[in-house]
Design a protein around this ligand. Sequence first.
Ligand code: F6R
Length: 605
Amino acid sequence: MCGITACIGTADSVDPLMSGLKRLEYRGYDSAGLAVKGQDGLSLTKRVGEVSELASAVEQDSLDGTFGIGHTRWATHGGVTNENAHPHTDESGNIAVVHNGIIGNFQSLRTELEANGHVFSSETDTEVVPHLIEESLRDGATPEEAFRSAVGRLSGTYALAAIIGDEDAIFATRSGSPLVLGIGDGEYFLASDVPAFIPYTDRVVYLHDGDFVVTTRDGYTISDAAGRPVDRSVETVDWDPETATKGGYEHFMYKEIHEQPGALRRTIHGRLNPLSGGVELEEFPSGTFADVRQIHLVAMGTSHHAGMYAASLLSALDIPAFPFMAGEYAVTVPPVTPGTLVIAVSQSGETADTLDAVRRARAAGAKTLALTNVVGSSITRECDDELLIRAGPEIGVAATKTFSSQVTALTLLAERIVEDVTGTASTDAAEIIDALSRLPGDVQEILDTSTSRDVAAEYQDSDAYFFIGRGVAHPVALEGALKFKEISYEHAEGFAASELKHGPLALVTPFTPVFAIFTGKEDEATLSNVKEVQARGAPVIAVTSDRDGEIAEFADHVLSIPETHPDVAGILANVQLQLVAYHAAKLLDRPIDKPRNLAKCVTVE
Ligand code: F6R
């Protein structure tokens, strides 16, 4: 989704802005642009296509300036054109604005501005902002007053950064879209996400909705909508620049798949007590969840699959738990009764559908808990409590390490909830804690030994790819199919193994390989489904720890996982499926880190 970058105080602004845009590429975009202010006034270049194309254009235009703003656009209002790319300006060309989000009332503002003589040059919602600023300046407002007054007219979601007139400053604000401030040595940065400026500084202020920031070469001020100063703490992030780059791997996705042992170590660090066989969550001391009577898990995409996984674990432990696609939460109108805990699962913490579901849950009186990867993200502020998954930055559009960390953190949370609600640890608690402590090593073993590339190569010309599983293996099947389709563009579907006979079996042919996931629970039933698809000639790839038994005997291929507790086996099986998807997409030469039409962070509903 759109990315903002801005800087002031650096010797030259073009390099940091371009490097920021490059680092924001993971968010997904279709055009990019930047505006810089130098001795010759405001210069602006924007291009449809990749940041590398913008870089050539910037060089050609000899863009030069001492401060500026940049943007990667993911079209929402108006087509993918140079005119619609950001920054947007007023008629004088003296004001430039970049925006992430959607301005809900742009049409009425545009009609009003056009009636006042403003001429628009794009189809975007954003362009109303520079024109509104220009109106206020004309009425005698200072640049800061003009910026505040324009923002005061907007409804919807936005992060905005602007250069206004002759003022050597960048004006910015946020409401519902992410924006962070980076504080260097006499240099200041603004961006949608920290990796944009991490080569320049690791000191960060996570801005809140409603914050207004004015940055100059001499410093910054943060105030609220009424202009009252607000105090925001400066935090130091421990990401080295290399963490947010590819570090020798061909793709971020592959790097992130390989980072899973480390990510999982961080997820579980300090949270397992092998002596008591219990869970220790600093955030949630024993007893926190004693009043919980039912749980809703709201999330989208991969995070929804993690939510389904957790719901399956909790239900098996007699805690009523229901996964909802956050975007459907409003429609399904689930009853929020006393004792309802709503867990919002979101890697980015900025997904609009998930934030909306949280707001609905809160309005209905539920207690809310954010399970996220991003410190200070919107969801952490909207929910009553938070549990960080600590997976580290995920840049590839396809979520990989964060799914593993989400499921692991949710497994820990499930154990804490069960203990609090029932007064005793779950029957398998000690085995699960042991399995989780071995998980990083088990994932490493898969990474070292996987034959997923051979499997991907053998079946690369298939008509479609199916994934089946039962219990926790069902969301893993859905996740395996999602990963496969989103990066390979091949048709892939996941099903509950029990569902096959009720329709999907009609699709099964010798040219539709079926990936069957076995966790050690209900394997016999899944094996009978395997026999059904084999009878229709479909090749079967079993993901299992059963290397020599009946499953291996029936399968055409085995993608092996180390033996572990069945509740944890799904995490391991998923790693094999991530690798299959990656290799299939690589063989097809797909743009793995930036699949077509997709964005890392979906901040519109
Ligand atoms: C798929 C993927 C998406 C996200 C979904 C939710 O690989 O990454 O399906 O899982 O857009 O995003 P978050 O977790 O940031 O709320």
